[in-house]
Design a protein around this ligand. Structure first.
Ligand SMILES: Cc1cc2nc3c(=O)[nH]c(=O)nc-3n(C[C@H](O)[C@H](O)[C@H](O)COP(=O)(O)OP(=O)(O)OC[C@H]3O[C@@H](n4cnc5c(N)ncnc54)[C@H](O)[C@@H]3O)c2cc1C
Length: 426
């Protein structure tokens, strides 16, 4: 794609808006900025769709069906709306979006500091400085893997990998693997590593159980059609909890099979509770798997009841297969509470314990003690500063590819109004 021209060395460039990050969120911001004729640049430290190129494992496919791989002005028109894209297909999708919307992207430009000076922002980068009135932070919610502090006590004989290091089972030593975390990433990696013939133990905490299909349709079709994904952030009972909800146990495979804990047990994966600590070289797991499983089963049951109710009240019941109910999550025959990390049973630990954003470069006091950006629906607590692409930013669907359009339109609306106000006052 055509590269934006860089300013002359030493000069401070002025522009109305700087967008930081050229993932789908930053590019969607650019799309709406262009629509409103706001001059802007998109600064990207790597390449367009950088996280999909460099921070995902080899076999990953989207867990959202391709029909939901839609971006502003780009509905999915491919041949397989029920399929699940590979990462290279996602890179193509995002690159195409950048080219078609003629986004003014500057790649290889890292923002090293963002500071507020009066009513403007100073943007320091690895390739020159900019000054602007408004900034859109679209640097992603998953910049760093989260690993518990007690990982320091894992014996050196065990190799530890995060999901940023993991690519495929071939890079693992022969022998047992302990996968920690049973959300989308953890269940997918546990299944893949088990299929490679290695014994796998999966440490399971609170999780969201979903079947791949329900009543003949993808379960995420239901989330979309029933309006659940459109629920707004300011209408939720517990926004903090909604923002922390783990990703659902789902995988996008050509067979469209369900990848819940029962499926993993059938594959021979050994389930243990949440990894709580390490003492005397032993991993200690929480008990109470029964409660953890019951809670996930109960929430699934309620969700399916809501779907059924929606289908009835919207007159589509007869077009769908009959309601289904799924077997309860089976408890392991004897769930281990401890595992000797020095006995040689485990050769690798894979931490699938979540991700966090990285705002080390942000010199505006808008990050809370937990490292999260303080914002109200993407309007950050500093005039002219905005965010996109964070969990439940304005809707439940905010971090998903198809969720960006509505959020970006509204956030850029706010930004443009702010700029217009400033111009009128100036
Ligand atoms: C494992 C995994 C699976 C997922 N699966 C799905 C799925 O199936 N379907 C779905 O819809 N969503 C999925 N998501 C969620 C979501 O689509 C992705 O996280 C997506 O990458 C978020 O887009 P983004 O534009 O907000 O952030 P990113 O894609 O992370 O883009 C942020 C960009 O900012 C750049 N950047 C960061 N800091 C700086 C800086 N200081 N200076 C300059 N540039 C910077 C980065 O290099 C990056 O390119 C998944 C996420 C993960 C982690």
């Amino acid at each position: 794609m055509p590269e934006e021209r860089l300013p002359e060395e030493g000069a401070v460039e002025r522009v109305s808006t700087v967008v930081i990050g050229a993932g789908h969120a930053g590019l969607a911001a650019s799309h709406f900025l262009r629509e409103r004729s706001v001059d802007h640049v998109v600064l990207e430290r790597g390449e367009v769709a950088n996280s999909w190129r460099h921070e995902r494992w080899d076999s990953l496919r989207l867990l959202t069906p391709s029909s939901q791989a839609r971006l502003p002005g780009h509905p999915y028109t491919g041949p397989d709306p029920d399929g699940y894209m590979t990462t290279s297909e996602v890179v193509d999708l995002i690159e195409r979006f950048a080219v078609d919307s003629a986004a003014p992207v500057r790649t290889g430009v890292q923002v090293t500091s963002l500071r507020r000076t009066g009513v403007e922002y100073d943007v320091r980068t690895s390739r020159g400085d900019l000054r602007c009135r408004t900034v859109v932070i679209a640097t992603g919610a998953c910049n760093k893997p989260v690993v518990p502090a007690f990982s320091d006590a894992v014996p050196a004989s065990i190799k530890q990998l995060t999901t940023f290091d993991y690519r495929n089972p071939e890079q693992l030593a022969d022998g047992g693997v302990l996968v920690v975390g049973a959300s989308a990433t953890g269940v997918q990696l546990a299944a893949e590593i088990r299929r490679s013939g290695r014994p796998v133990t999966l440490s399971v905490g609170e999780h969201v159980r979903l079947p791949r299909t329900y009543r003949g349709r993808d379960v995420l079709w239901w989330m979309d059609a029933s309006g659940l994904w459109d629920e707004r952030y300011d209408e939720l009972d517990d926004l903090t909890r909604a923002r922390r909800l783990p990703s659902p146990q789902l995988a996008g495979t050509p067979e469209r099979s369900t990848l819940d804990l029962n499926a993993l047990t059938d594959m021979g994966v050994d389930l243990v509770g949440r990894w709580a600590a390490i003492r005397d070289g032993r991993a200690l797991f929480s008990g109470g798997l029964r409660n953890v499983f019951s809670l996930a089963d109960l929430k699934l049951q309620r969700l399916l009841e809501n779907f059924d109710e929606w289908a009835r009240s919207n007159g589509v019941d007869a077009d769908l297969d009959p309601p289904e109910r799924f077997a309860r999550t089976r408890l392991p025959q004897s769930s281990r509470l401890q595992l000797d990390l020095e006995g040689g049973e485990i050769r690798t630990v894979v931490w699938a314990t979540g991700y966090r954003p990285d705002y080390a470069w942000l010199d505006v006091p808008v990050v809370d003690s937990k490292g999260q950006l303080q914002h109200d629906g993407g309007v950050v607590d500093s005039p002219g500063l905005y965010a996109l692409g964070l969990p439940v930013l304005r809707r439940r669907k905010s971090t998903f590819i198809h969720g960006i359009e509505d959020d970006a339109r509204e956030v850029i609306d706010h930004l443009a109004t702010y700029l217009a106000g400033r111009r009128l006052l100036a």
